[in-house]
Design a protein. Structure first.
Length: 553
């Protein structure tokens, strides 16, 4: 059972790691050979009572435990474990979970005062960049936001339930700070007013916003006032209700609304924001990250899923929306010659209440031996199984397990090999010049088991977007056709910008597996005919696929 009344440090967020989490991490490093000590088996991990050490690690080959100390970097970006056992090198654990914080995070050891109810834990305390000025006061400047200090590390205590591995908590004070931040960012105009607009004009003002937990839900309440001649009740109250849900250990929130405003009028009020009320809700919660892809969305059941992606060996969180069960599509772009997923730049609030919650943590990342085309990350995955939201705050807890994740390197396709008309191998090159040749079968296998799934379209890069490579063991290479070989009316071979030539039948197979994408042309699948490439339908012939120059050699 989670006791939110024990979230008492006064920091914005508390991340608690128990003995079970560290046992999962150390066993994963042993299993994969990162810690290379033959025959060693970890039998137990405890939070050390000694002031000089943080962990006691009991192993099968030693009488006394191995001792470890945890050192948190000043910016919260990583935790380094050092050991008193000379055969174990220091292990640096990057913390994407604490991205975009202010001040110096604090690591404290909290021993359980009730071992039958709570686990001892190493607790990381951090503050988020929130504009916490009272809603009746002027907002803090950017420098003042960054310079804020709050929290008392000595007041922290464990709320990690017995037999759980990881927990995270946001206290009631964090709810209020989040509400103040919304007031000074999302609900504030450039002139300092707080307009409650309709589709074309300002028809009222916001008066306050509050956030609280109640009966397992997080409720954001917005209060405003409009001219009395618009409808009988000049007071406007809109509630955004976030109901947490756990599915297979992953956290999501079902979004609902409650309002005393007629829904037709409510739609007019927020029609000026892309996606109407849906865009407004998600904009409040994610700083507008998803609003750019919500324009024209139909109001329905909204679910925000907190998903994890691995970028450069660090687990980052993304909030993805589903409307009536259908996920919003990713924005795929050609970035540096490969397909990458774009996240449009957000405005205002850049760390939401939701994505401040903990995620899985990568304890090791490197290229496997003789595998230059991808990195492997070893993750301690959070498997959440309980949560609580009430007037004291919000907390979530669960166990952990180890897993592997893979991130492709940026590559280009530099050569292919044919025997007669059978494609045998493809050679890929990294930016640093390293090359690897794969069989056609291995290319297809790697592509088909990656995150990226065909078919998809390439879009123009959103302005100021961030990009990530879809997970997997091979990036999807973007190829621009330069010339073709044609037999009668059938294109049989394509020469690309870098000189590589593929038979059209092989290009189609590779694109269907998301190993490559032919830029600028559509892949068409007629019902009773072979697939082929064509230009986007328009009134011009000079851009047709068949209008490309002919291969002459």
């Amino acid at each position: 059972m989670l006791h939110t009344s024990r979230i008492t440090s006064g920091f914005d967020i508390e991340l608690q790691l128990g003995p079970g989490w560290f046992m999962t991490a150390i066993n994963l490093l042993l299993e994969k050979g990162v810690i290379d000590i033959p025959g060693i088996i970890v039998t137990e991990v405890r939070i050390a009572e000694s002031d000089d050490w943080h962990l006691e690690i009991y192993v099968s080959i030693l009488t006394d435990p191995i001792l470890a100390k945890a050192i948190l970097e000043e910016d919260g970006s990583a935790l380094t474990l050092t050991f008193n056992f000379p055969l174990i090198t220091d292990q640096r654990i990057p913390f994407g979970a604490l991205d975009n914080i202010i001040g110096v995070p604090v690591l404290v050891k909290c021993l359980s005062d009730d071992p039958q109810t709570f686990e001892s834990a190493l607790v990381i305390l951090a503050n988020m960049p929130l504009n916490t000025a009272n809603q009746s006061a002027e907002p803090l400047s950017d420098d003042e936001v960054k310079d804020q200090t709050r929290g008392n590390a000595a007041a922290a205590q464990t709320f990690l339930p017995k037999d759980q591995h990881i927990a995270c908590g946001l206290g009631n004070a964090t709810f209020q700070r989040f509400a103040n931040n919304l007031w000074h960012t999302e609900l504030r105009a450039d002139d300092g007013t707080h307009p409650l607009p309709d589709a074309s004009d300002r028809k009222g003002v916001w008066q306050k916003v509050s956030v609280h937990g109640d009966n397992g839900k997080i409720i954001i309440t917005l209060n405003g006032e409009v001219p009395i001649d618009l409808w009988p009740d000049a007071d406007v109250t809109i509630k955004l209700i976030l109901t947490p849900s756990l599915v297979d250990g992953n956290l999501s929130f079902i979004i609902d609304t409650d309002t005393d405003v007629d829904t037709g009028i409510l739609g007019d009020i927020f029609a000026f924001i892309g996606g109407g009320i849906i865009g407004f809700i998600i904009g409040l919660l994610t700083g507008g990250i998803l609003v750019a892809v919500l324009a024209g969305a139909v109001i329905g059941v909204i679910v925000l899923e907190i998903v994890e992606v691995v970028v450069e060996g660090i687990v980052q969180k993304q909030i993805r929306a589903k409307i009536d069960g259908e996920p919003l599509p990713d924005i795929h772009c050609n970035k540096n010659g490969i397909v990458q997923i774009a996240t449009p730049a957000s405005e205002g609030f850049n760390l939401s209440l939701l994505d401040s919650l903990p995620s899985s943590i990568a304890v090791y990342t490197a290229n496997p031996e003789n595998e230059p085309l991808f990195k492997m990350s070893l993750l301690v995955k959070s498997v959440f199984n309980e949560f609580s939201a009430n007037t004291n705050g919000f907390a979530i807890a669960g166990t952990s397990l180890g897993e592997e994740r893979f991130q492709p390197e940026k590559v280009s396709l530099v050569a292919v090999e044919y025997q007669d008309e059978e494609l045998k191998t493809l050679t890929f090159r990294k930016d640093n010049g390293d090359e690897q040749t794969l069989t056609k079968e291995e290319v297809l296998s790697r592509a088909l088991t990656g995150e990226l799934k065909a078919p998809f379209k390439l879009f123009t890069e959103p302005e100021d977007a961030t990009f990530r490579i879809p997970e997997g063991k091979l990036a999807c290479v973007c190829l621009k056709p330069e010339a073709i070989r044609q037999l009668d009316t059938i294109v049989e071979e394509i020469e690309f910008q870098d000189g590589v030539r593929l038979l059209a039948k092989d290009a189609i197979v590779l694109q269907e597996a998301a190993a490559i994408i032919v830029q600028g042309y559509q892949l068409i699948h007629p019902r009773e005919y072979k697939a082929y490439y064509r230009a986007k339908a328009d009134f011009y012939k000079d851009n047709n696929f068949e209008s490309l120059p002919r291969i002459t050699v």
